[in-house]
Write a protein that binds this ligand. Structure first.
Ligand code: TYD
Length: 212
């Protein structure tokens, strides 16, 4: 995969709802910036003008009738745009790119849970990312009831979060299976039911191994 050819470093945060990815990515960005690293933090779907518009369509609770195939392609369309516009140029410029979700979200949600299959989603991911794999993928794993309670507290209710508990249990299991089956060593599983500070420390430790 192309990461070896790039100068920068791509780190992704993955996991089901309520694992704290959004909070943790800000903390990680700030700590790396304080060390003098050139860092950007992005989210998927979103992160560019085009991708944020796609985000609105794919996540809107108004679009309950969206076909799964449409969903698959919209997530990939948003990804193709952010990689071409921001991620790949940033990596080429030697930056550290932190992403709140990326290709593995599609493998889990669309490939495994929606049932499109890992192979198809990997092919689409390779097209949309131009064959880019993260150097490190941190799975923030949290029991579903804990995660959903956090989301409910935050008052978010997008189309995916409105799915039932069974859906979210499948998401959690799919992530754990994916991470455990990995042979590249890029996955790190962190227990995100711990305090924010404990999770932050575990993430920091995981990143230390990949900086030269
Ligand atoms: P978001 O509000 O960003 O939620 P979270 O805080 O959990 O990341 O919503 C993103 C939703 O989109 C989330 O439910 C996961 C889903 N998703 C996919 O199904 N496939 C994808 O490829 C991506 C990037 C996200």
């Amino acid at each position: 995969m192309t990461n070896q050819k790039t100068l920068g470093l791509l780190i992704t945060l993955e996991g089901g709802e309520g694992g704290g990815k959004t909070t943790q990515i800000v903390r990680l960005r700030d700590k790396l910036t304080a060390l003098g690293k050139d860092v950007i933090a992005l989210r998927e779907p979103g992160g560019t003008t085009v991708s944020e518009q796609i985000r609105e369509v794919v996540l809107s609770a108004k679009n309950a009738g969206m076909a799964y195939t449409t969903e698959v392609l919209l997530f990939q369309a948003a990804r193709a745009q952010i990689y071409r516009e921001i991620v790949l140029p940033s990596l080429a410029a030697g930056k550290v790119v932190l992403m709140d979700r990326s290709r593995d979200s599609s493998v889990v949600y669309q490939g495994i849970v929606r049932g499109f299959g890992r192979e198809l989603i990997d092919q689409l991911n390779d097209i949309s990312t131009k064959n880019t794999l993260p150097a490190l993928t941190i799975l923030l794993d949290v029991p579903v009831p804990t995660g959903l309670a956090r989301v409910a507290e935050a008052g978010n209710n997008n189309r995916m979060e409105m799915q039932g508990t069974e859906f979210h249990e499948k998401v959690r299991q799919a992530y754990l299976d994916l991470a455990k089956a990995d042979t590249t060593g890029r996955w790190k599983i962190i227990d995100a039911s711990q305090s924010l500070e404990a999770v932050e420390a575990a993430i920091w430790q995981a990143t230390q191994n990949i900086f030269p």
